[in-house]
Design a protein around this ligand. Structure first.
Ligand SMILES: Cc1cc2nc3c(=O)[nH]c(=O)nc-3n(C[C@H](O)[C@H](O)[C@H](O)COP(=O)(O)OP(=O)(O)OC[C@H]3O[C@@H](n4cnc5c(N)ncnc54)[C@H](O)[C@@H]3O)c2cc1C
Length: 546
């Protein structure tokens, strides 16, 4: 029986000190005046940009856009030195924001949340941390990230390797790889970035590739001061244009269909976007690349042609050409001289699609056919247990003792990617089934934190203590998310983390809302304006009914 006299220690507990947690602390503590406690497993702020310090780590969206918009002073005063900032600069930026808004004092660092249990009797969350301390709060906000739990490593024999093992998703130290024999497993976004850099210093670099990727040039350069001044002069307009674009970047040149123009015109548009970099080729060339297989095929063939031009050895070029899944159905990586790395004598591409890694030995990697590659260092760029990994790791238990792992046994079920039926007063920042990773993340995060803050404010203004998504609203949202995905090429990929397909045993279900940021934002605004249709509220100590 729960003790009915227990009161919360805090109004809100927030997990995570990345872009989301930093802004959530500021918003709820400084603007709403709530008592807020943050927990962060790392020793400092930064999230993704704290953990991913591998050589080559760099943002894929122009920094002028991949940054907070909530403070005009902040966006005016900060200067990015490069068009696409590298990890150290983004981490400096987040430290600056943390200092500027004095958020550090609200975080307990080096503290991992290990259990989060809803106490029905007292209508609060009971949160336990890895030092055994118990904390109670009325509201619980997960700002624990979408790509913050590296995928479990399942290579047989890994523990026997006598060399150095480095994980891109948890790379803390400056590591000198010069002259070393290095192997890289994983050719997604991180693998591609790390290969480009390590190829310049390694004695020998062996890239073990299972699936080639459609990587296109990022187009990085030092910041042009005149352009920066022009952007800052119309920042408000740029942010609005970002929020009104499918992926949250102020692109505006996409033509309707790649199939509606001549082959020459198509080629010229692709060339232009290829050279200008960023996500322009996939999201600002033709509007139907993700929706029309023929248009997608044309873009895919264009990229293969560019790869063949850049890689000297035709057999290597062919291995680097993706062929059996649509462009954009996996996260499109951006690169700087990735393909040229394979023209170096010290770099070897090894195809492990038909001849998989059988074992990691004491001295390197052995493939199924018995071939051995001797290595000093093994870099694992093997990806993340996206979206659900960080939530499952917190052991969240909702009403009637029901664990989230049980509620989501068939895949995540959310309302708007923010709320979960049966888990009252829980708010997910960029949770599963929100546009999140297909929406410039700092802006996606601000939208979710603002939604959450407005909802809490609404509850307080109306004397409500509990807010919960209804099962009907949740079912409807899950159906809408599934349906939006069906209009795209995304479900056609066999191994995309967008579909949960990169983790063995994970239910295959689309994890991201593919209807685009503008449609999503309109739906959220409608929910807010309707007084939170799709949610139930209760007041006092009465148990909420779903
Ligand atoms: C290599 C890489 C490159 C990326 N590039 C881009 C890009 O170009 N554009 C883009 O839009 N997005 C990009 N992303 C996505 C990126 O994650 C987001 O842009 C953004 O940084 C997410 O911020 P967040 O605060 O939501 O989560 P995170 O930055 O992941 O922070 C979550 C924090 O929560 C902490 N945490 C998790 N669980 C617990 C727990 N149980 N207890 C205590 N602490 C916990 C973690 O330690 C972490 O510090 C990239 C991601 C990666 C990994």
């Amino acid at each position: 029986m729960t003790d009915a006299t227990v009161l919360p220690d805090h109004d809100v507990i927030i997990v995570g000190a990345g872009f989301a947690g930093i802004y959530a602390i500021h918003k709820l503590r400084d603007q709403l005046g709530l008592d807020v406690q943050g927990f962060e497993a790392a020793s400092g702020v930064g999230g993704t940009w704290y953990w991913n310090r591998y050589p080559g780590a760099r943002v894929d969206i122009e920094s002028v856009h991949y940054s907070y918009s909530f403070s005009e002073e902040l966006q005016q005063e900060w200067h990015w030195t490069e068009r696409f900032a590298a990890q150290p600069e983004i981490l400096r930026y987040l430290n600056h924001v943390a200092d500027r808004f004095d958020v550090r004092r609200s975080f307990a660092f080096d503290t991992r949340v290990t259990s989060v249990v809803w106490d029905d009797g007292n209508q609060l969350w009971v949160v336990t941390t890895d030092d055994g301390t118990v904390h109670r709060s009325r509201y619980f906000i997960s700002a624990a990230g979408t790509l913050s739990v590296p995928k479990q490593l399942d290579f047989p024999g890994l523990e026997n390797f006598e060399g150095q093992v480095l994980l891109t998703g948890n790379w803390q130290d400056d590591v000198d790889l010069s002259g070393r024999r290095v192997g890289v497993i994983g050719t997604g976004s991180s693998g591609i970035q790390v290969v480009s850099e390590v190829s310049k210093v390694a004695g020998e670099l062996v890239v073990l590739q299972r699936t080639p990727n459609y990587a296109t040039p990022v187009g990085n350069a030092p910041t042009d001061r005149a352009e920066e001044a022009a952007d800052k002069a119309r920042y408000r307009e740029l942010r609005e244009a970002s929020r009104n674009h499918f992926v949250g970047v102020p692109y505006h040149e996409a033509e309707p269909s790649a199939m509606a123009v001549s082959a020459e015109e198509r080629r010229s548009v692709f060339d232009d976007r290829w050279h200008r970099g960023g996500f322009r080729l996939v999201f600002d060339s033709f509007q139907d690349l993700l929706f029309n297989q023929e248009s997608n095929d044309a873009a895919a063939e264009y990229i293969r042609e560019r790869i063949r031009e850049r890689v000297t050895d035709p057999a290597t070029a062919e291995l680097l050409c993706p062929k059996n899944y649509p462009y954009g159905s996996k996260r499109p990586p951006l690169e700087t001289n990735y393909y040229e790395a394979f023209n170096r004598d010290n770099v070897h591409l090894v195809d492990v699609s038909g001849n998989p890694i059988a074992e990691i030995t004491a001295t390197g990697v052995r493939l199924a056919d018995g071939t051995e590659h001797e290595l000093d260092t093994l870099i694992l760029a093997t990806g993340f247990d996206a979206f659900t990994g960080p939530l499952m790791a917190m052991n969240i238990t909702g009403r009637a003792g029901r664990p989230l792992s049980d509620a989501w046994a068939e895949g995540p079920q959310t309302f708007l990617g923010i709320a979960v039926s049966g888990f009252p007063n829980l708010f997910l920042i960029t949770g599963p089934q929100s546009p999140s990773v297909l929406y410039n993340m700092p802006l996606a995060i601000e939208d979710h934190v603002d939604f959450t803050a407005n909802a809490i404010q609404h509850m307080r203004a109306h004397g409500h203590t509990v807010m919960e998504a209804t099962p009907a609203a949740q079912d409807d949202w899950v159906a809408q998310t599934d349906q939006a995905a069906e209009y795209t090429v995304v479900p056609k990929s066999g191994s995309s983390w967008y579909m949960g397909a990169n983790v063995p045993g994970k239910p295959r279900k689309v994890l991201v809302y593919l209807g685009g940021a503008p449609a999503y934002r309109a739906i959220c605004a409608q929910v807010e304006n309707s007084g939170y249709a799709g949610f139930t509220f209760t007041s006092g100590r009465v148990l909420a009914t779903a």
